[in-house]
Write a protein that binds this ligand. Structure first.
Ligand SMILES: O=C(O)c1ccccc1NCC(=O)[C@H](O)[C@H](O)COP(=O)(O)O
Length: 206
């Protein structure tokens, strides 16, 4: 099956116009502390302009479940992406409150850690690079040989770019490729880089 693609950290109207043009499967709005952080109000305006077929994931780090639930309830996000220390009880309550798919990020340090995370009641994993003091969006890659055989679909993240993404998808067997840093110039999403990344993922289909 062909791989999906997610562009994370959109925060300007022009980012949404770019997404509508190149049609990634998913975009991400970062609500956690980050240079890419958006407010609920920003995200609401951006989602209103996003084409119907593109799903928006809200990215949270140890946020109160009611915050994510409120944003989902307003229709600002279609999926919930958790990058902190959220546990089974937290994920269960979020699913009960929202009924939305949950993506649980793992900042990969070991194979065992990924296998443990697979037992969580999330719909997808997102395997990302462990960087001390940073919850995501580091632009750094990790050792793909740490990824065990998984029955749960997973997003592959961490230092992907248009040059390395096809090989990374082939090696890992990921359901989707997720990118942020490599499709930016000076901290903002760059149309040409986004286009090249999406094309690279989609060429992998052939
Ligand atoms: O991107 C951020 O600033 C961020 C901050 C806090 C938690 C998660 C964050 N990003 C989540 C993502 O989905 C990124 O796309 C993922 O970490 C990959 O980023 P990159 O290595 O820069 O491509």
């Amino acid at each position: 099956m062909s791989s999906k693609v997610k562009i994370c950290g959109l925060r300007r109207l022009r980012d949404i116009e770019m997404a509508n043009l190149y049609e990634p499967d998913y975009v991400g709005f970062v609500f956690a502390a980050s240079s890419r952080q958006v407010t609920e109000e920003d995200a609401e305006s951006l989602k209103a302009e996003l084409a119907d077929g593109i799903l928006a994931a809200g990215v949270f780090v140890n946020a109160p479940a009611v915050q994510a639930a409120r944003i989902a309830e307003k229709g600002i996000i279609d999926m919930i992406q958790l990058h902190g220390d959220e546990d089974e009880a937290y994920i269960c309550s979020l699913k009960r409150l929202t009924g939305r798919p949950v993506i649980k990020a793992v900042r990969v340090q070991s194979r065992e850690q990924i296998l443990q995370a697979e037992k969580l009641p999330c719909d997808y994993l997102l395997l990302d690079t462990y960087t001390k003091g940073q919850y995501g969006g580091s632009g750094k890659s990790f050792d793909l040989s740490l990824i065990p055989g998984l029955s749960k679909p997973f997003f592959l993240a961490g230092g992907l770019n248009a040059e390395n993404v096809r090989q990374a998808l082939e090696i890992s067997g990921a359901f989707a490729a997720d990118v942020s840093s490599a499709v930016e110039t000076d901290g903002y999403k760059d149309t040409d880089k986004v286009k090249a990344f999406i094309q690279a993922v989609r060429e992998e289909k052939r």
